[in-house]
Design a protein around this ligand. Structure first.
Ligand code: NI
Length: 169
């Protein structure tokens, strides 16, 4: 197992569009293990491969309080979205310390392969639905701050760049 480095906004690599996973092989299994460990260590509820600079359609999540219900989605596709949407406060491991409101569907249905490469349909609502939409955006190269106003986004960008300069010193 290994902890992976999480890319920080505004790293341009976060805007890479991921390719489908070709086969759920030993390399992908190792990646899943490492991504879960990295996500739990960072106290996140979701991590997309894009965030660790692997540009393949793979997401790991765990929205349980006990942190014992990992959910893995490979090559996820949205097959249904609710008519209702809701403004939810979101954060992101790639934008540490920043939380802001994003409008998301209340419920979604996703088809995907699980961590063993078996086809699944996942029906999600509330926090899990929000998390799935947030992580699927990452696979499309989109970070949640891109939903915010240009003014807010620029402020966040500057704040992140400053924090990274200070850490580098
Ligand atoms: Ni994120």
């Amino acid at each position: 197992m290994a902890l992976l480095q999480i890319l920080r906004y505004p790293d341009p690599r976060l805007h890479t569009v991921a390719k489908p996973v070709a086969s759920v092989d030993a390399r992908i299994q190792t990646l899943i293990t490492d991504m879960l460990q990295t996500m739990y260590e960072a106290k996140g509820i979701g991590l997309a491969a894009t965030q660790i600079d692997v540009h393949e359609r793979l997401i790991v999540m765990d929205v349980s309080e006990e942190r014992d219900q990992p959910l893995i989605l490979i090559n996820p596709q949205l097959v249904w979205t609710s008519a209702e949407t809701h403004l939810n406060e979101e954060g992101c491991l790639s934008v540490p310390g920043i939380y802001d409101g994003v409008e998301r569907f209340d419920a979604v249905t996703v088809s995907a392969l699980d961590g063993k490469g078996v086809a699944r349909v996942v029906q999600a609502q509330d926090l899990l639905a929000v998390c799935i939409q947030h992580e699927m955006d990452h696979l499309m190269g989109k970070v949640f701050v891109e939903y915010l106003s240009p003014l807010k986004r620029n402020r966040i960008k500057k704040k992140m760049q400053k924090a990274q300069r200070e850490e580098a010193q």
